[in-house]
Design a protein around this ligand. Structure first.
Ligand code: RB5
Length: 145
């Protein structure tokens, strides 16, 4: 799968490791930066990944900041994006199954790398449940208009 990934300085170290992790699984990874842990503003990088997903240049987006919260707030400003901050595997499964999330945001400061790897595994392998959830997601997307 084609996955666009980025971080801010607080998520940089895990972003690098998670990009490698995904590439080793055979995914096509587009690293949207940054290239160092110099201080940056997370909305700039959230926008790059969110546009990749919204425009169809990538199927999925992964964003890492200190908490994952700012990245989710920023990415959700882009039309077509359903970004969810996932702090454990169950959140990732439910974000896909119930919310049809297309961007996962992760905490580089409060969640260990190995748990974030498990979160990514769950996010990328869980299908949207459809059914009663489909109408709710449609209502979310209608809020953009
Ligand atoms: C940066 O200090 C921090 O605010 C950022 O990484 C993120 O946690 C914001 O939500």
């Amino acid at each position: 799968m084609k996955i666009s990934i980025a971080s801010d300085h607080a998520g940089f170290e895990q972003k690098e490791a998670l990009a490698d992790y995904l590439a080793k699984q055979g995914h096509e990874v587009v690293d949207r930066g940054p290239d160092s842990d110099d201080r940056v503003d997370y909305p700039d990088f959230a926008a790059l990944v969110a546009h990749d997903v919204a425009d169809g240049a990538a199927e999925w987006g992964v964003l890492v900041c200190g908490t994952g919260i700012g990245m989710a707030v920023a990415a959700n400003k882009i039309h077509g994006i359903r970004a969810v901050n996932c702090i454990n595997v169950q959140f990732a499964q439910l974000a896909r199954e119930h919310n049809n999330a297309n961007v996962v945001t992760l905490s580089g400061r409060f969640v260990e790398l190995e748990e974030n790897e498990r979160i990514l595994d769950a996010f990328l392998s869980t299908e949207f449940g459809g059914g009663r959830h489909a109408g709710r997601v449609e209502k979310i997307m209608a809020l953009e208009n």
